[in-house]
Design a protein around this ligand. Structure first.
Ligand code: PGA
Length: 251
C-alpha cells in the first residue's frame, strides 16, 4: 500500500448467506470495525442489502452490490438499477466480476455501460479484471489486463469514482495465488494503464485491489505491496474472524 491511499477491504459474499446468517456476519464485522484502519465494504446478494444495511447503519462499514443494470429504470426483469442501489444507501457496486463475465457473457462494452450507470448515480465502481489460466499460460496476462482496462473503463474515470480489482480467474476460490513478484508487476502495469486512460494524477489516487484466494495466512505479503491498496475477498469474507484478520493485515 501507499499511505496516500486508504486501503479498502471488500467482502464479496457472492450467492451465499441467509437473512439470519448475513445479519449475524454483518453484526460481528460492525462490532470489530473500529479495530482496523482500512475502509470496510460488504457486498451481499441484492435481496440482503436492506437487512445488512440495518446492521451497518451508523457504522463506518460501507455497503455495495455485486452488479447493476446500465439503465436507471425500465423493462428489465430481474435486474437492479444503480439508481435504486444508491437510493437504498449503497456506496459501491462490483462490476465485471469474472463470474458475471463467464456466467452471463458480460463483455467489456457492457461492463463500461454499467460503470457509466454507477457513476451517474454517485456509486463508486469496483471494476474487475484478470486473466484465465490459459491466457496466463500463453503469456498473455499483461495484454489481457490492458485490454480489459481499455475496454471496461469509460472516459471520466477518477481515483474517487473507480476502484480496480485485479483478480486472476484461476486464483478465485482455488486456493492458488500468483507470486508476489507477478502481483507487483501486474498492479504497477494496471496503474500505468489507468494513467493512460485517466491521467497520472488520478492514477496516483485510484485504489487497485488484489482478489483471488486471499486469506489471513497470505494477506500481509500482498497487502504490503506498493500498488496493492486492499483486497476483494470471496470465501474468507464469509467468516467475520477471517475478514477482520485480513483487514488487520493492512499496513
Ligand atoms: P475468493 O474470491 O476470495 O473466494 O477467491 C474472490 C472473488 O471472486 O472476488
Amino acid at each position: 500500500m501507499n499511505k496516500s491511499r486508504q486501503s479498502l477491504i471488500a467482502g464479496n459474499w457472492k450467492m451465499n448467506m441467509s437473512v439470519a446468517e448475513g445479519c449475524a456476519l454483518a453484526q460481528q464485522i460492525v462490532s470489530q470495525a473500529a479495530t482496523v484502519s482500512c475502509e470496510l465494504l460488504l457486498c451481499p446478494p441484492a435481496p440482503l442489502l436492506g437487512f445488512v444495511m440495518a446492521e451497518t447503519n451508523g457504522s463506518e462499514v460501507q455497503l455495495g452490490s455485486q452488479d447493476c443494470h446500465f439503465n436507471d429504470a425500465g423493462a428489465h426483469t430481474g435486474d437492479t438499477s444503480a439508481k435504486l442501489l444508491a437510493d437504498i444507501g449503497c456506496g459501491y457496486v462490483i462490476l465485471g466480476h469474472s463470474e458475471r463475465r463467464a456466467d452471463h457473457g458480460e463483455t467489456d462494452q457492457q461492463v463500461a455501460a454499467k460503470v457509466t450507470a454507477a457513476w451517474r448515480n454517485q456509486l463508486t465502481a469496483i471494476i474487475c479484471i484478470g486473466e484465465t489460466e490459459s491466457q496466463r499460460d500463453a503469456g498473455k496476462t499483461l495484454s489481457v489486463v490492458r485490454a480489459q482496462i481499455a475496454g471496461s473503463i469509460p472516459p471520466g474515470a477518477t481515483g474517487a469514482n473507480t476502484v480496480i480489482a485485479y483478480e486472476p480467474v484461476w486464483a478465485i476460490g482455488s486456493g492458488k495465488v500468483p507470486s508476489v513478484n507477478d502481483v507487483t508487476k501486474i498492479h504497477a502495469e494496471t496503474r500505468t494503464a489507468f494513467a493512460e486512460a485517466a491521467g497520472a494524477g488520478e492514477a496516483e489516487l485510484v485504489r487497485i485491489l488484489y482478489g483471488g484466494s486471499l486469506k489471513p495466512e497470505n494477506a500481509s505479503e500482498f497487502l504490503a505491496l506498493e500498488d496493492v491498496d486492499g483486497g476483494l475477498i470471496g470465501g474468507a469474507s464469509l467468516k467475520a474472524q477471517d475478514f477482520i484478520s485480513i483487514a488487520s493485515s493492512c499496513p
